[in-house]
Each structure stands twice: as structure tokens, then as C-alpha cells.
Design a protein around this ligand. Structure first.
Ligand code: SAM
Length: 301
């Protein structure tokens, strides 16, 4: 069953959508659903019908998605390993007057997804790029989080290696905006554990899982409670996650301020490594994060 064939209430609007100008020689950066096939705009569907080809991360995935809307198009593979090479081919086709859509597997292209290099190259060639806005997991999670902060810092995926992840978290811990992270299910418990260790247990976290899908779940708790919530039920560790972490209080994070005071005293007598190890034992915070902070304090001194 195709989605459009079964729902005709929007059809009068399609005429209005079609009246807009859709220039040729243009790349259309087009957001696709992050789960629910219904989360695509009428304008995006109109453009998908109009374009000469669709550049996409995974041709099988996009072929299936287009089929759900009753569409079939020429598909051009454009993933993170061939973005530069494919940009040249797209530019040649755009210069010949074609319209091409750029999509990723889910959500908005170039947001923790390939696409930015292609857009950069197309713009540099003097060609037009038109966005077709739609689903993005980060904004969907933020809109339903209830976290009262107008500002957010989108950090996407943290590094996979624990040392690099902790160093990045140590840099992010003083940001007062809500922190937005994407995370894979097999790392979710480790990541929330690291967040609690480095940011302290008191801040709020929102775990937004499987947004727009059957098992959608949006759970808010403190960082100190998050790991226990995830491990209480194996299903809670499955699927796709957005993590939203309350920003540091504007006068600084109390746990880290205390850790910095302790590190300052220890650094008068010990090496950076010893100071970090002792501070970790005193505060219960992660040694790696304290090591990074001790290095920064030493350099400032
Ligand atoms: N470009 C996409 C966007 O605009 O949101 C993000 C693509 S990124 C490769 C995929 C990650 O986004 C997932 O690992 C997960 O962290 C997050 N994500 C995507 N869909 C999601 C969903 N339905 N629910 C929760 N998180 C999702």
C-alpha cells in the first residue's frame, strides 16, 4: 500500500505546493522521516516526483522509501566515502539543467549524516541549493523534552573510544546550553555512566528512544539515575537514542567546582597523574576527566 493513494485529504494543497517555483539546475536537500513514513512534507513529495535523480546514502534503503510513496527514481549512491567524487558528477548534471534531490537514510542530510561536502561543492560551483525541511531527531527530542532552556549545543555522536569520549565530555561539561547527543544502543549505558561521572549525578537527562516509532519512549531523570533506568529492562537499551543533558548551571557545575578546588590543592604537591588519581578517589569522579582538567589547570598556572 502506498501512503499517498490511501489519503486524499491533502490533495487540494498539492496544487498550491506545485505553484511554487522549483528551479532547474538546483540541488534539493530533502529531509526524510526518522521512523514514521508519514513524517515527510507535501513539498518534499512534490520535489521527489519532479527531480531527475536522487542522491542517497544507501540506494536500497531509499528505493524502499520511495516505493512507499509510489515513486521510483534514478538513484545515485552518495555516502561518506565517495562524497567528493560524487559531487563532481552531480555538478555536471546540475550544470546540464537537471534537478537533483539529496537525501540521507533518515532525517535531515548533513546533520550527523553525509551531505555537507556535496552541498559545499555545489555551492562553490555557483549552483543553487534549496532546503526542504523536515524530520530531525535532535529537534524532535528537544521539542518534547520539557527542558526549559532556549539554547542547545548539538554535539552529535561522541567518539567511540572511551578516552577520547571522556576528554570531549570534559570540554563540554561547562556549557550552559542543553547538550544534544546522538548515541548507538550498544554504547548507551557506557555513555550515560560517563556523563554521570564527568558532569556529576545531579543534572537532568532526557533519553529519547525510537522517536516516531512504535516503541517511542521519552524518559527524564537525573544523570545519576539514568544507568539504572536503562539496565532495569533490556528493551530500554534497544533502538535509536537522542540524549539531552541539562546544561551546567550558569555559576558553574558544583561537583566540578569542588573537584577543581581539590585538584588545585593536590597539584601544589603532586604530578598531574597523581593529582587526578587522588581526586578521583576523593570525589568518585572519572580519573580521565579529572586528568584532562588537571592538565588544563596546570597549563593555566
Ligand atoms: N540526519 C539525522 C537527523 O537529522 O536526525 C541523524 C542521522 S544519525 C546517522 C542517526 C542517529 O540519529 C541515531 O543513531 C540516533 O542517535 C538519532 N536518531 C535517528 N532517528 C532516531 C529516532 N527515531 N529516535 C531517536 N533517535 C534517532
Amino acid at each position: 500500500m502506498t501512503l499517498i493513494a490511501s489519503d486524499t485529504a491533502h490533495l487540494p494543497l498539492m496544487g498550491e505546493v506545485a505553484q511554487q517555483n522549483y528551479p532547474t539546475a538546483t540541488l534539493y536537500v530533502l529531509a526524510t522521516p526518522i521512523g514514521n513514513v508519514g513524517d515527510i512534507s507535501l513539498r518534499a513529495l512534490h520535489v521527489l516526483r519532479l527531480v531527475d535523480a536522487v542522491a542517497c546514502e544507501d540506494t536500497r534503503n531509499t528505493a524502499q522509501l520511495l516505493a512507499r510513496y509510489g515513486l521510483s527514481k534514478e538513484l545515485l549512491a552518495a555516502h561518506e566515502h565517495n562524497e567528493r567524487a560524487v559531487a563532481d558528477k552531480l555538478i555536471a548534471r546540475l550544470q546540464a539543467g537537471q534537478r537533483i534531490a539529496l537525501v540521507s537514510d533518515a532525517g535531515t542530510p548533513a546533520v550527523s549524516d553525509p551531505g555537507a561536502r556535496i552541498v559545499d561543492a555545489v555551492r562553490a560551483a555557483g549552483l543553487r541549493v534549496v532546503p526542504l525541511p523536515g524530520a530531525s531527531a535532535a529537534l524532535a527530542a528537544l521539542s518534547a523534552s520539557g527542558l526549559l532552556n532556549d539554547r542547545f549545543h548539538f554535539a552529535g555522536f561522541l567518539p567511540a573510544k572511551a578516552g577520547q569520549r571522556d576528554a570531549e565530555l570534559a570540554e563540554l561539561q561547562h556549557i550552559t546550553a542543553t547538550l544534544v547527543l546522538y548515541e548507538a544502543p550498544h554504547r548507551i549505558v557506557d555513555t550515560v555512566t560517563a556523563l554521570a561521572a564527568i558532569f556529576g549525578p545531579a543534572r537532568q537527562i532526557v533519553l529519547a528512544r525510537e522517536l516516531t516509532k512504535l516503541f517511542e519512549e521519552i524518559h527524564r531523570c537525573t544523570l545519576g539515575e539514568a544507568s539504572a533506568w536503562l539496565t532495569a529492562d533490556a528493551h530500554r537499551q534497544k533502538g535509536e537514542f537522542v540524549l539531552l543533558v541539562e546544561g551546567a548551571s550558569s555559576d558553574g557545575d558544583a561537583d566540578m567546582r569542588e573537584a577543581e578546588r581539590i585538584l588545585g590543592v593536590l597539584l601544589e604537591e603532586c604530578s598531574v597523574k597523581q593529582a587526578a588519581a587522588l581526586a578521583a578517589r576523593i570525589t568518585g569522579m572519572k580519573k580521565n576527566a579529572l586528568y584532562e582538567r588537571a592538565l588544563q589547570l596546570k597549563q593555566k598556572a
